[in-house]
Design a protein around this ligand. Structure first.
Ligand code: PGA
Ligand code: ZN
Length: 442
C-alpha cells in the first residue's frame, strides 16, 4: 500500500479541557492528491496535569499577558502552525520516529521549552492518527502491530483528594482494580457498580457526592484509614470480594505533600481534622505504607515518596517492592534517562506513562520498551485535565501495558477512554487477553 504518505497540512487551534482551561488541538492532513479527495485528517488534543512533576517537559502557556487568566496556549498553537508545520510538511507520516525526530530538532532544547511539549505532542499524536486513518486500520493496531490483544485492567480513581479536590483527603487518588474480572467489559461494569454504591453510602451519611477533577467523589473523610474502610464497604455492598475480585491502588502524589524546609511530609487535611500539625518523616512514611499494605488489599502505590527522594524510594522498594507495585510518576516523568537511573538503582518496579510528560509518541514508546525489558510494569495514564480524545485507550492496548489509569466512570472525558476500550474489546472479540497484572490473588 502506501510507502510514502506525505503530510499535506498541519493546523492547530485552542480548545477547552475538562477543567475549562485552554489546550492545544492539532489536525494533520496526509495523503496524495488534492486534500479532501484523497486526504485523511487525524485530530488530537493534549491533556494537562495539576500535580505536575518538577522534571516534566515544559507545557507552554502564555502567562501574564495571555487570555484565560494567563493560561491561554496561543504561543504553542502558533508554534505548531509555523515552526512545526515547516519542519514536517511533505515528510512521510508513516515514519513516526523520523517525524518525532524532526519535532525534537525544531525545538532544540532538552525539555521542549522552546516550542512547548503541548505543541509537540499534539502534532506527534495527530500524525499517528492520520497515518492509521489513511491505512484504514484502528489506531491501537497501527501503534501496536498485528499481535496486539491485551486489554488493560482499569485503575479506577473513585475517590479524589490532594490538589484534585477541595476536601480534607491528603493522598490524591484512591483507585479500585477489578483484578478478578474475566474481561475488560466485566471489569468496567464491576467498577461502575461499586462507584454507584459509594454514592449511595455517601448520601446515607449525609456527605457530599460532588466529584473531583478525575470524577471520583471528594468527601471530607478524616484520614486514609477512613477512606479505605469506606471503599472496602462499597466493594462489599456491590457484592464483590475485596482483594480477590477487586483490589485497591493509591496515588499518594507525595511530591505535593513534601515540605523541603522541614524535610518531611505535611498532611494538611489530617492536620485540620485532628486539630494538630501532622508531619511524617521519610521513615514514618515508609512505616505508614507498610501498615496500610498489611491491613488493606492494596496492590499498588504510586509516588509514595517525593520526586527527589531516591534514597527513600530505594529503601521503600527494598521493604515493600516484593509485595506491592511501586509506581514512579513524578519520579520518572516518562523519561528514558530517569527510568534508566531507577532500573540501575533498583528503585520502584513500575512506571506511570503520560505522553505529555515527555512530549512525543516515539519517546513515550521508547520508555515503555525500556520498562518492559527491565521487568517494570507500565500503566498508561490520563492527566487530571483531560479532553474528549481517547488516544491513551488505544495506546494502552498497543503497548500491552496491562493497566490503564483514567479516572472514575464519571465525566465524559474519562469515559471517552473507557468507552473506546469497550469498542476495541468488541472489535477483537474473544481474541483479547485480560489478566490480573499481579498474578493470582487467591
Ligand atoms: P496530574 O495527576 O495529571 O494532575 O499530574 C495525575 C497523577 O498524579 O497521576
Ligand atoms: Zn501520579
Amino acid at each position: 500500500m502506501y510507502r510514502y504518505l506525505p503530510i499535506r497540512k498541519v493546523y492547530a487551534r485552542q480548545v477547552l479541557d475538562s477543567r475549562g482551561n485552554p489546550t492545544v488541538e492539532v489536525e494533520v492532513t496526509v495523503g496524495e492528491g488534492v486534500i479532501g479527495v484523497n486526504g485523511y485528517t487525524g485530530r488530537a488534543s493534549v491533556p494537562s496535569g495539576a500535580s505536575t512533576g518538577k522534571y516534566e517537559a515544559v507545557e507552554l502557556r502564555d502567562g501574564e499577558k495571555g487570555n484565560y487568566v494567563g493560561l491561554s496556549v496561543e504561543k504553542a498553537v502558533n508554534n505548531v502552525n509555523t515552526r512545526l508545520a515547516e519542519a514536517i510538511l511533505g515528510e512521510n507520516a508513516l515514519n513516526q520516529c523520523y517525524i518525532d525526530a524532526l519535532i525534537l530538532e525544531a525545538d532544540g532544547t532538552d525539555n521542549k521549552s522552546s516550542i512547548g511539549a503541548n505543541a509537540c505532542l499534539g502534532v506527534s499524536m495527530a500524525v499517528a492518527r492520520a497515518a492509521a486513518l489513511a491505512l484504514r486500520i484502528p489506531l491501537f493496531q497501527y501503534l501496536g502491530g498485528c499481535h496486539t490483544r491485551r486489554m488493560p485492567v482499569p485503575m479506577m480513581n473513585i475517590l479524589n483528594g490532594g490538589v484534585h479536590a477541595d476536601n480534607a483527603v491528603d493522598l490524591q487518588e484512591f483507585m479500585i482494580m477489578p483484578v478478578g474480572a474475566s474481561s475488560y467489559q466485566e471489569g468496567l461494569r464491576m467498577c461502575a457498580e461499586i462507584y454507584q454504591f459509594l454514592k449511595i453510602s455517601l448520601r446515607e451519611k449525609g456527605m457530599s457526592t460532588g466529584v473531583g477533577d478525575e470524577g471520583g467523589f471528594a468527601p471530607d473523610l478524616a484520614n486514609t484509614h477512613e477512606v479505605l474502610d469506606f471503599i472496602l464497604d462499597g466493594i462489599r455492598r456491590a457484592d464483590y470480594d475485596p482483594g480477590k475480585e477487586v483490589s485497591i491502588a493509591i496515588d499518594a502524589a507525595s511530591s505535593e505533600l513534601y515540605d523541603a524546609g522541614k524535610d518531611a511530609y505535611y498532611f494538611p487535611g489530617e492536620s485540620k481534622m485532628r486539630g494538630e500539625e501532622i508531619l511524617r518523616s521519610r521513615e514514618e512514611m515508609i512505616a505508614y505504607y507498610e501498615d496500610l499494605v498489611e491491613h488493606y488489599p492494596i496492590v499498588s502505590i504510586e509516588d509514595p515518596l517525593c520526586e527527589d527522594d531516591w534514597e527513600g524510594w530505594k529503601k521503600l522498594t527494598e521493604t515493600l517492592g516484593e509485595k506491592v507495585q511501586l509506581v514512579g510518576d513524578d519520579l520518572f516523568v516518562t523519561n528514558e534517562k530517569k527510568l534508566a537511573c531507577g532500573i540501575k538503582l533498583g528503585v520502584a518496579n513500575a512506571i506511570l506513562v503520560k505522553m505529555n510528560q515527555i512530549g512525543t509518541l516515539t519517546e513515550t514508546l521508547t520508555t515503555v520498551d525500556m520498562a518492559h525489558k527491565a521487568g517494570y510494569r507500565t500503566i498508561i495514564s490520563h492527566r487530571s485535565g483531560e479532553t474528549e480524545d481517547p488516544f491513551i485507550a488505544d495506546l494502552a492496548v498497543a503497548c500491552g501495558a496491562g493497566q490503564i489509569k483514567t479516572g472514575a466512570p464519571c465525566r465524559s472525558e474519562r469515559n471517552a477512554k473507557y468507552n473506546q476500550l469497550l469498542r476495541i474489546e468488541d472489535y477483537l472479540g474473544n481474541l483479547t487477553v485480560y489478566q490480573n497484572p499481579f498474578g493470582r490473588t487467591d
